[in-house]
Ligand binder design. Structure first.
Ligand SMILES: Nc1ncnc2c1ncn2[C@@H]1O[C@H](COP(=O)(O)OP(=O)(O)OP(=O)(O)O)[C@@H](O)[C@H]1O
Ligand SMILES: Nc1ccn([C@@H]2O[C@H](COP(=O)(O)O)[C@@H](O)[C@H]2O)c(=O)n1
Length: 221
C-alpha cells in the first residue's frame, strides 16, 4: 500500500498516540503528533510574546515527525523532535505548569492558523503519514485515505492517563469530557465517506489497531 495518509482525532487520552504508533510501525509511516506543536508553543510562550510566535513561527519552531520502519524491519528511523530557536525542547513541553499557556494557544485562532500552515508544510514532505490531533481530519488531512475518530469513556480515559503518568509527577492528569471542538470534529468525521469511529472503552490497543487496519484496507483498496 503506498500513498497512505491517515487522520486520527479524539478526546484526551483516548489512545490516539498508541494507535498512530501501531499503524506507523505496521505500515512504515511518518507520525505527526499535532498536539506536540501546541505544547511546544505553550512552552515558547514562556519565552516570547504571542505576537512573535504567530508571525515568526516557521523560523522559530522546527517539528520533526517520527518516522517508522515497517514492522518486519522494525523500529523508529527518526524519533520526533522539536527545536525552538535551535534548542531541543522535546522533553520540556509536557510540564503541567504549561497547561494555562496551552489553553491560551489552543483558543487563539491566529495561532491555530499558523500552526496549521506549519503542519501543512510538514505533511507535504511525506507520502505516507499518520497525523494525530483534535481537528486533523477537517483541517490538515481532509483527503486522507481514512479518518479515524477514537473515543473512550471519560472515566476510562482518566484511569489510563493516571496509570500512564504514575511515574511522571510533573505531568498534567487533567482529563475532561470531550470538548465542543472534539464533538464538532466527531460529527464532521461521521459525515465523511471514509470514516471510522472506534470506541476503545472495552477494546485493548491491539484490537483497536486491527479495526483500524481493517478500515484502511476497506477504504484504500
Ligand atoms: N485501547 C486501549 N486500552 C487500554 N489502554 C490504552 C488503549 N489505548 C491507549 N491506552 C493507554 O492509554 C494511555 C493514553 O493513551 P495515548 O497517550 O495513546 O492517548 P492520546 O489520545 O494520544 O492522549 P493525548 O490526548 O494526551 O494526546 C496510554 O497509557 C496508553 O498505553
Ligand atoms: N490538532 C490539535 C492538537 C492539539 N490541540 C490542543 O493541544 C493540547 C495538547 O494536545 P495533546 O494531543 O498532546 O493532548 C490539546 O489539549 C488541545 O488543547 C488542539 O487544539 N488541536
Amino acid at each position: 500500500m503506498s500513498g497512505v495518509t491517515l487522520s486520527i482525532d479524539g478526546p484526551t487520552a483516548s489512545g490516539k498516540t498508541t494507535l498512530a504508533t501501531g499503524l506507523a510501525e505496521e505500515l512504515g509511516l511518518a507520525f505527526l503528533d499535532t498536539g506536540v506543536t501546541f505544547r511546544s508553543l505553550a512552552y515558547a510562550l514562556e519565552h516570547e510574546p504571542v505576537e512573535k510566535l504567530r508571525t515568526e513561527l516557521g523560523s522559530l519552531l522546527v517539528h520533526q515527525p517520527e518516522i517508522h520502519h515497517r514492522r518486519r524491519g522494525g523500529g523508529i528511523r527518526q524519533p520526533h523532535s522539536v527545536l525552538f530557536k535551535g534548542e531541543d525542547i522535546t522533553q520540556k513541553i509536557w510540564h503541567s505548569s504549561l497547561d494555562g499557556n496551552l489553553k491560551s494557544i489552543s483558543q487563539d485562532q491566529a495561532c491555530r492558523r499558523e500552526i496549521l500552515l506549519l503542519h501543512q508544510r510538514i505533511v507535504e514532505k511525506y507520502e505516507n503519514i499518520v497525523a494525530v490531533g483534535r481537528d486533523v481530519a477537517v483541517t490538515l488531512l481532509p483527503r486522507a485515505s481514512l479518518h479515524i475518530y477514537l473515543t473512550a469513556d471519560q472515566a476510562i480515559r482518566r484511569e489510563r492517563r493516571r496509570a500512564q503518568y504514575r511515574d511522571f509527577g510533573d505531568r498534567s492528569l487533567a482529563v475532561g469530557p470531550a470538548t465542543a471542538r472534539d464533538l464538532e470534529n466527531r460529527d464532521a468525521i461521521r459525515a465523511m465517506p471514509n470514516a471510522l469511529e472506534i470506541d476503545s472503552t472495552y477494546s485493548p490497543a491491539p484490537v483497536v489497531l486491527t479495526a483500524a487496519l481493517r478500515g484502511l484496507r476497506r477504504y484504500a483498496a
